[in-house]
Design a protein around this ligand. Sequence first.
Ligand code: NAD
Ligand code: MG
Ligand code: MG
Ligand code: MG
Ligand code: MG
Length: 340
Amino acid sequence: MTAKMYFEKDASLKPLEGKTVAVIGYGSQGRAHALNLHDSGVDVVVGLRENGGSWNRAKQDGLVVMTPAEAAAKGDLIAILVPDMQQPDVFESAIGPNAKEGSSILFAHGFNIHFDMITVPETMDVIMVAPKGPGDLVRRQYEEGKGVPSIMAVHQDASGEAQDRALAYAHGIGGTRGGVITTTFGEETETDLFGEQAVLCGGMTELVVKGFETLVEAGYQPEVAYFECLHELKLIVDLLFEGGLSKMNHYVSETAQYGDFTRGPRVVDDSTKARMKEVLEDVQSGRFAKEWADEYRSGLKEFRRMEREDNEHLIEKVGANLRAQMSWIEPDDADESSAA
Ligand code: NAD
Ligand code: MG
Ligand code: MG
Ligand code: MG
Ligand code: MG
């Protein structure tokens, strides 16, 4: 193993003692971080737009809620957990003008720092703690005494304590239970974007949908195609998660293994890998970041069109009907688990 890892025994909450953590935003990550830190005994305030959707939720969860500007003024450590594309505005309007001398700003993803979309004054620490999992899991695992592994980074160390503060924060949200690895803003940003584009969200859903379409176009029943290409994916992913390729190989049939070894590389081959490299280059050059920021600024028209196209696909209609028969699949599971 080459990466240095920090576990519970290597960390403490001392660097946050007597300090206030301001969590700005109360979505997937914000809610999980705020509640976990609060339960760990850290003094937390939540910064939200007055009477926005999250305002009541945070109140009901028993937290102290105020506007982003008020929270930023109170925080010794300010965690900016609003959507990436909102962060430059929130920083400029609420955080920059109100942050205390010597406070730290913490990100859960390096996008805006790495692509120079936010410039933080030299007097502030710029740190990151990025859990490698969706927010609802960060919360659930903490409650169960477990923790989602996280990566942390220091971009700017004004206080001389930046790394200690980041590790204490990771400890407070439960990250050190799963292990915390140090990284850089560049490495986190580029690997995170590549991962969600090529493998986790982008690559995986295309594989599922193209497999489904192939079976349906060949005349097989859509319900059977759904079970085969989407439903069963969870079983396979669980095996991979628990024990890698070898555990999956151990549990699937020899026939499935032989099919995997001989046919898998025909579907995902070196030409796929060459295109993955192009996707990575788009990330590294900043081309993706610019395209996404432009799309966001121009009102998300293409984004909404593509979202509609996904949501209206046959696999969605078939899936909704089949899942309705399986009472143990909670229909609103996805509401809070925008991962990656
Ligand atoms: P989210 O979309 O789930 O939540 C956003 C929150 O910010 C909501 O409470 C919303 O009300 C609030 N908000 C939105 N605009 C605001 C504004 N202008 N002013 C004040 N509040 C505003 O966000 P998220 O997915 O948790 O993402 C937060 C950060 O965490 C991002 O940097 C993201 O890349 C990172 N991250 C997310 C995940 C994940 O599981 N979703 C995983 C790792 C890292
Ligand atoms: Mg897709
Ligand atoms: Mg089978
Ligand atoms: Mg294989
Ligand atoms: Mg991401």
